[in-house]
Design a protein around this ligand. Structure first.
Ligand code: SF4
Ligand code: SF4
Length: 431
């Protein structure tokens, strides 16, 4: 597939049936295809197995949506989520689909700003705007959404979003003491009950055990991808790796894991042969911070356009999503849910206090990925990541790690300024 010919395929009749604003969405579809063609298809020496992920983007508003419509017709649940704390294993155990609805596009923000305040995180505004403007087929196909209480912008938005789509909320505690675990465990149980209500099916221990294996395997495949990126020269670009991490929130999990593993076979072969997408002298950057929801490729694009390569994402669309697995050897439902809660409690989001684990994890990933510098990325108005950045910076100073912190949104306005700062940062790494 050449850059000029890349197309995100149109499915106007299907979108009409989902009550979407079809003319407007069709323009967004065309733009996404153009941007994708320029940004991804023009990369030199791409792994052949990226073809599956290109095809996934080409069909992202069509074939994948049709698959979800088919699941729904069978009475199985489609659940939309906005955070990696919502346990997708429970939805998969019910035979359903869990889909990430975080917004990564500036196009829907004006819709949100007609209702929500302007000075909140762009991820929340983008997601909310997709529903208000009826310009996201995933939002239109879900049975219900499950929000959480991780940040103020989100938890208050759920109250307003509930007017447009049934919205339930999981209370995520802000500390990790024994009593917080008790609360969390109860919240996970409530989530299971809600999913069971929608699909009118009781989830058995066998169902949950199978689902835990499926999602563990998806996470294992992503761990394998992360590991091979530590090779020098880098066998895959950071943009392609980020894309795969983003697709993890949309694709069917068994197929996705299979395709990531096929890609890893190719990348490991490249690593053995000393082949890469860029010369081994290119600066290697680790990106840490807030998640980058599809199609937020801004920072990776700037870093790689400046001649460096991104080798790791310490983020929820990155290692925070897949670094921990669930114990597969539990037999009763309570034991399984307890193991599941334990795994989810290991996620080191900045919404927790204290959150020392994240700093240790960043330093570990920096070493494991053979990175040469850390770029901390925080979305505008994300207070927890913006403030936790102080500790990340201090840790990098202590360890002598080249470091750059940026705060950005989805608009192209700061691209010039970011480019200058990123180039100076890369010069620092080059020494
Ligand atoms: S950054 Fe925190 S709130 Fe956002 S998806 Fe990750 S865990 Fe959830
Ligand atoms: S990036 Fe920060 S402010 Fe935005 S939704 Fe996530 S936790 Fe909330």
């Amino acid at each position: 597939m050449e850059a000029a010919r890349f197309e995100v395929k149109p499915y106007p009749e299907m979108w009409e049936s989902l009550d979407m604003d079809v003319p407007r969405f069709d323009k967004a579809r065309q733009m996404l295809g153009e941007v994708y063609g320029k940004m991804f298809m023009s990369q030199p020496n791409r792994p052949e197995k990226m073809a599956y992920f290109d095809d996934m983007i080409s069909e992202i508003f069509g074939r994948r949506i049709q698959e979800m419509i088919d699941v729904k017709k069978e009475g199985r649940p489609i659940v939309g989520t906005f955070c990696v704390y919502i346990p997708e294993e429970v939805v998969v155990a019910a035979g359903g689909v869990c889909v990430g609805l975080c917004g990564g596009s500036p196009g829907s923000i004006p819709d949100a700003e007609k209702i929500l305040p302007r000075n909140i995180c762009p991820m929340v505004k983008s997601a909310f705007g997709f529903k208000v403007g009826k310009i996201c087929p995933y939002f239109q196909v879900v049975d219900f959404v499950y929000g959480e209480t991780t940040c103020d912008a989100k938890k208050k938005t759920w109250e307003i979003l509930d007017r447009l789509v049934p919205t339930h909320v999981m209370e995520i505690p802000q500390m990790k003491n024994a009593r917080d675990k008790t609360l969390w465990f109860e919240e996970v149980k409530d989530f299971k009950t809600k999913v069971e209500e929608v699909c009118q099916k009781t989830i058995s221990t066998d169902d949950l055990a199978a689902a835990i294996k499926v999602i563990n395997n998806k996470r294992r495949a992503l761990q394998r991808l992360t590991k091979v990126r530590a090779s020098s020269p880098a066998p895959i670009s950071g943009k392609d790796a980020l894309l795969i991490e983003q697709i993890a929130f949309y694709d069917e999990p068994v197929r996705f894991a299979e395709k990531v593993n096929e890609l890893c076979d190719e990348l490991e072969e490249r690593a053995r042969n000393g082949e890469g997408v860029i010369d081994s002298s290119a600066p290697r950057v680790m990106v840490s911070g807030t998640p980058m929801a599809l199609p937020n490729w801004k920072v990776h694009n700037l870093i790689e356009a400046a001649g460096a390569v991104v080798v790791n994402e310490e983020s929820c669309i990155g290692t925070r999503y897949f670094k921990d697995l669930i114990d597969e050897n539990k037999s009763t439902m309570d034991e399984q849910l307890d193991a599941l809660t334990d795994r989810y409690m290991k996620i080191d989001c900045s919404c927790f206090t204290p959150n020392y684990e994240r700093i240790d994890q960043i330093l570990k990933e920096y070493k494991d990925s053979n990175a040469q510098g850390i770029l901390h990325y925080s979305l505008q108005f994300c207070h927890t990541y913006n403030i936790e950045e102080i500790k990340v910076r201090e840790a990098c100073e202590k360890e002598g790690i080249p470091y750059l912190s940026i705060e950005s949104d989805y608009s192209p306005e700061d691209v010039g300024q970011l480019q200058t700062r990123i180039e100076a940062f890369l010069e620092q790494i080059r020494g």
